[in-house]
Design a protein around this ligand. Structure first.
Ligand code: NDP
Ligand code: 8X3
Length: 252
């Protein structure tokens, strides 16, 4: 059955792969992100290729008011949202506690934690009234095991884990499922963003082993949101076969 699926951070990586996957399946897709040009191209491509119904809502997830307005427009479009995928996020820098940039810290907390909270607050209110829905949060292996140089990124993903657990309890009586997906190393624009455009540093992260790709995560979310009504996947950790933990990667 067709679902209305809101995907945050659909301009790149996991979000882009999910948008393609769900549009191809005939779901109605709401795509968000800051880069309006990319959203426009994606909307055109999905509409032409799959005859998909696509609503593009460019905004900065760090701004509560922009999120509120985007959710209002999303709800006006089809009257409801079946699935919210809280995917938008980033790492900024990989520096130790004493030298890391305060600006980077603010950006990660404002995006990965507060952005996810604003979105969940406004979408879950509508889901609660309807008495059904599903929220999928993209956490990380970094939200299970912290590593050096990742204090605030890891903290933001530990926060996603806590928020996921807490909102699952809040929303349980309203038949709203809450799931978390925690990937290990995946080759998207993630490292390019983390290292602020330094391609050599970003590429080095994925050398010597086969990382996950964006489609691996889209496939996992596809599985999670298509379980029968009585089944809820709480937490899924997905790693490259060569990765045993946050820091242990078997490189050739
Ligand atoms: P990408 O950099 O490829 O994609 C990140 C997406 O987040 C983009 O669409 C970007 O859109 C969006 N985004 C970032 N900041 C904002 C903002 N302020 N407002 C709105 N949208 C924003 O990375 P991934 O696809 O890899 O990352 C997706 C999620 O997966 C993140 O939460 C990340 O932490 C998590 N993750 C990634 C892993 C990896 O190894 N790649 C592993 C584990 C988890 P735009 O720039 O247009 O605003
Ligand atoms: C991204 C995975 O290990 O680079 O969340 O932090 S890691």
């Amino acid at each position: 059955m067709e679902k209305v699926i809101l995907i945050t951070g659909a301009t790149s990586g996991f979000g882009l792969a999910m948008a393609r996957t769900f549009a191809a399946q005939g779901h109605a897709i709401i795509i968000t992100g800051r880069r309006e040009d990319r959203l426009h191209v994606l909307q055109q491509t999905l509409t032409t290729t799959y005859k998909a119904q696509v609503l593009s809502l460019p905004h900065d997830i760090r701004n509560e008011n922009e999120v509120k307005q985007a959710v209002e427009k999303a709800l006006q479009w089809k009257g409801h949202i079946d699935v919210l995928i809280n995917n938008a996020g980033l790492a900024a820098g990989r520096d130790p506690i004493d030298t890391a940039s305060s600006e980077d810290w603010n950006q990660m907390i404002d995006t990965n934690v507060k952005g996810l909270l604003w979105m969940s607050k406004y979408v879950s209110a509508a889901m609660k009234q309807r008495g059904q829905g599903h929220i999928v949060n993209i956490g990380s292996i970094a939200g299970k095991e912290a590593y050096g140089g990742g204090s605030v990124y890891c903290a933001s993903k530990f926060a996603v884990e806590a928020i996921t657990q807490s909102m699952r309890v809040d929303l349980l009586p309203f038949a709203i499922k809450v799931s978390q997906v925690c990937p290990g190393a995946a080759n998207t624009e993630f490292s390019l963003v983390r290292f602020k455009g330094d391609l050599a540093k970003a590429d080095a992260v994925y050398q010597g082993f086969i990382p996950l790709d964006a489609q691996d995560i889209a496939d996992a979310v596809d599985f999670i949101i298509h379980r029968p009504a009585h089944v809820s996947i709480h937490d899924m950790v997905i790693m490259p076969a060569a990765q045993a933990s946050s820091l242990i990667i078997h490189k050739q």
